[in-house]
Design a protein around this ligand. Sequence first.
Ligand SMILES: [Zn+2]
Length: 95
Amino acid sequence: MEKENLFGRVLTQATGPHAPDRVWLESPLEREGSIAHCFCRGCSLSSEVDKEHASELAALAGVSFQDGVPKGIYFETAGCPYCDGDQSRVEVKNL
Ligand SMILES: [Zn+2]
């Protein structure tokens, strides 16, 4: 049976672990307000996170950034709003 999230959207099965695209990770952030890249290894969704989302992810990863998210890191999650992976499993990775 397919799982649905709160919005009734059918979630993609987390088939990972996928690996992020290095070129994308090292490319400049495109969205206004974005401060870091975020990669879902469950479904390979690439996204950008703003300051608020980044601090939530950092808390889940068990780290805290006093002076904002440092350059040269990105977030990797086991799941995201689009797949059924565990969104609470977050790691901070170095580029
Ligand atoms: Zn995902």
